[in-house]
Design a protein around this ligand. Structure first.
Ligand SMILES: NC(=O)c1ccc[n+]([C@@H]2O[C@H](COP(=O)([O-])OP(=O)(O)OC[C@H]3O[C@@H](n4cnc5c(N)ncnc54)[C@H](O)[C@@H]3O)[C@@H](O)[C@H]2O)c1
Length: 446
């Protein structure tokens, strides 16, 4: 347990409801529970200061409990202003003695004040969902303080260059949870500015094959339904980006009876979408025919002014990619005569000057977290067991990993997959000796 519990949460009085939610999620996270039991005995993270910037949900709470059981002195902050479950944050502080700084709908200044709290913890290991902590650290390391958010800048400016360097030098490594974070980190590696190893948890098969695909798929559709109460059957449902998340969203929307249309920029992925049976066309064409639009590209400016102008009256747009830059909302505002916030919880109405209405769900932030509860526990079980074991790997290999984006070791992936299967009551075949010989030889032909 942290020596002193520090916190900035909405209301500690919500802890009771949060505890129920955390324990409910825990019943469907058996692999993580197994890791937690071992961590409690072996304390592989003893003496370690950790700062984690993640979506503060019930599933994350169970990861936090696991890191704490392993001996880490943890500070948890939100990785998105709209994804915090305030009751969970309260329970983590009150019931589990973990320091948390996260308030749902916190403004940008508070978000970065919380980033400062995580950095001021002087972590040995950081954990990110979107690379916000690492980015701040790298700007500090490079002395590019002007590029930090005002809150972080004024904190960093109070330190001497030597004190700032000490904070960087104490870091053994970092974990990254999502595609957008990995993209940013690979750009840092390319520019030669990464100062410590970062383990790309997102790139583990036990993460993106399941979390990005089935987790984002189900929870994005869940978010749209909770926000709108719309019938998806018979609707034209446009998915922008056919990556891991896009595949999940498209297949779940089809399962609900929607006619799914995919937009892409990558010819291989567009071809994959076409052969998976989806209509594929440019955004310009999709804009005119879609009823519901979801962006999941990890890129910026996907649905723009020229697209809004073509949309039908009542079109609904939302985003499930990491940052809120996929929908060009300032452009939509310019086209509108009025914007009515919250015509329904998590739905804002933009009344265009043409008289048509466009509905924006979850303010263009991750709709599955803004309007639903994020990924279900069963899939976060795998992502977070991988996170916890990757942290242990990072610590065991202190000083041996390069200052690059590093893959999760295959042993971790095999452990997670094997135990997930076992928890589902599924057993599989093993290779026979003759099969092993056949597969490893070249002598046998026709
Ligand atoms: N909502 C969630 O809970 C959640 C979970 C996991 C990942 N994510 C985020 O979702 C985003 C996508 O992740 P992913 O793992 O699917 O990434 P990915 O790289 O597998 O797929 C992204 C796809 O978008 C396509 N794309 C890029 N620009 C485009 C454009 N202008 N128009 C159409 N398509 C375009 C790319 O070609 C690629 O196929 C990332 O930001 C990631 O961090 C969100």
């Amino acid at each position: 347990m942290a020596a002193t519990i520090k916190q900035d949460v909405k209301d500690l009085g919500l802890a009771g409801a949060g505890k129920k939610r955390i324990l409910w999620a825990d019943t469907d996270m058996p692999v993580l529970a197994r890791v937690r039991e071992r961590f409690a005995k072996e304390k592989p993270l003893a003496g370690l200061r950790m700062s984690a910037c993640l979506h503060v949900t019930a599933e994350t709470a169970n990861l936090a409990r696991t890191l704490q059981a392993g001996g880490a002195d943890l500070v948890l902050i939100a990785s998105n202003p709209l994804s915090t479950q305030d009751d969970v944050a309260a329970s983590l502080v009150k019931d589990f003695g973990i320091s948390v700084y996260a308030i749902r709908e916190e403004d940008n200044d508070t978000y970065y004040k919380h980033i400062v709290a995580a950095l001021a913890h002087e972590p040995n290991v950081t954990m990110d969902d979107g690379a916000d902590l690492v980015s701040a650290l790298i700007f500090m390391a490079l002395g590019r303080l002007n590029e930090l958010h005002a809150q972080v800048k004024s904190w960093a400016e109070k330190m001497s260059p030597a004190e700032r360097l000490k904070i960087i030098n104490q870091i053994v490594g970092s974990m990254e949870e999502t595609t957008t974070g990995v993209n940013r980190l690979k750009a840092m590696e390319r520019d030669g500015v990464l100062q410590f190893p970062v383990i790309s948890v997102n790139d583990a098969l036990t993460k993106h094959l399941f979390d990005n695909r089935y987790g984002t798929g189900q929870s994005t559709v869940d978010g749209i339904i909770r926000a709108t109460n719309n019938l998806l059957a018979g609707r034209r449902f446009v998915v922008c980006g056919y990556g891991w998340c896009g595949k999940g969203v498209a297949s779940r929307a089809r399962g609900m009876g929607s006619q799914v249309i995919v937009t892409e920029v990558d010819p291989i992925r567009a071809l994959e979408a076409a052969m998976d049976g989806f209509q594929v066309c440019p955004m310009n064409e999709a804009a005119a025919i879609g009823d519901i639009f979801v962006t999941v590209t990890g890129n910026a400016h996907i649905i723009r002014t020229e697209h809004f102008q073509k949309m039908k009256d009542g079109a609904m747009i939302c985003n499930s990619g990491h940052f809120d830059v996929e929908l060009e909302l300032p452009g939509l505002k310019q086209l509108s005569q009025t914007v009515t916030p919250e015509v329904r919880t998590n739905v804002d109405e933009y009344l265009l000057k043409t008289g048509r209405r466009i509905y924006v769900l979850g303010q263009g932030r991750l709709v599955n977290l803004a309007a639903a509860e994020g990924h279900p526990p069963s899939v976060m079980d795998m992502s977070f067991a991988t996170q916890a074991l990757a942290t242990e790997f990072c610590i065991k290999n202190r000083g041996k990993l390069p200052n690059k984006v590093v893959n999760v070791p295959v042993e971790v992936e095999n452990f997670v997959a094997t135990h997930k299967l076992a928890s589902m009551g599924i057993s599989i075949d093993s290779l026979t000796e003759s099969q092993k010989k056949y597969m490893s030889g070249w002598e046998h032909g026709t």
